[in-house]
Design a protein around this ligand. Sequence first.
Ligand code: TRH
Length: 377
Amino acid sequence: MKASWDIFCSVVDNFGDIGVTWRLARQLVAEHQCAVRLWVDDLRAFEKICPQIDIQQAQQHQDGVEVCHWPAEWQSAVAADVVIAAFACQLPHAYMEAMADRARAPLWLNLDYLSAEEWVSGCHGLPSVKFRGVQKYFFFPGFQAGTGGLLREAGLLERRRRFQGDPQARNNFLEQLGVFPATSARLMSLFAYENAGLAGWLDALATDVQPTHLLVPEGRILGDVQRWLGVDSLAAGALQVRQSLTVQVVPFVRQEDYDRLLWCCDFNAVRGEDSFVRAQWAGRPMLWHIYRQDDDIHLDKLEAFLALYTRALSPGAKAAVLALWQAWNTEAPMGQAWKNLLQHWPEVVAHAEQWCLEQGLQADLAAALVQFYLNWI
Ligand code: TRH
């Protein structure tokens, strides 16, 4: 019989929590024939990345996943064989009782945040707390051997390469978004939190000899874009030209289309956790706006990732990548850092594909979870 999986997702903010769990749920169904229930407490956030969700329905099926609204007042439910608490969310007490009441205890996992820090491989798979004899385990995604790996659907990289090798597919996709970049333009996407460093970067793009067409999905960075452009409001469809720079606001699209957007671009600025991983699978140069945490502990995570990511670069290219990522994440002036990166462009382009290939050799996170379960039973 198929193993049953319950994934609990509490949307803390933005779209990363649901972005990750929705991807995982679909992949467990499609590639591992698991019966998956995804419990989400905020269907509106879900609807943004998956518009076919009916936010009025407490229970519905999407892509083979049973999507359930996680209500504030928990209704009783039978516990599954495998229970995943995403990003350390607290399960309903009654559900934990149901886990303990099962004839055979379920496998209970905390799916943690993604980090490249070294301690992660030491903690991955370790036991955490117990509830009435039910043991919880830490499960850490990661970039290195000994971690749970990264979410990556079967055939993703092949699909991505086919798309990138087919100019007609790219044009058709961009056309649907109303995007018609000049052939000489560098196409870039910008998905980021508010960032005071943006103005200096846009200045550098506007005065560059090569034109840039910058796609900005509707979201938190728009205020900074507006201020730089000197306009009062910007909505999807808005297009503004300043010297060499064309800025175009694009709608927030479904998750699959955001992947295509990343695949189309020559450079992607991303944020959080999920878009960060998807930009790596796009195989194109990128810039990460890491989610800010108290006491600047996010900067340690940033350093840890940069140490891995830049390991194979020449000293000059490495210094340029480090300077750009550090400037963006400390809201320091970006202009000179961007110009320096352009000096190393061919190397940075080749490296993005190479990094993607290397990461693609790891077992993916869904497969690692299923293996963990098989080893446990
Ligand atoms: O939205 P994020 O900032 O999400 C998170 C949350 O803040 C979370 O609490 C935090 O823990 C985590 O970051 C680190 O960034 P992220 O993770 O990249 O999620 C964005 C999701 O939105 C991702 O699944 C891609 C999707 N997306 C679309 O589907 N369409 C779009 O147009 C865009 C721009 C994104």
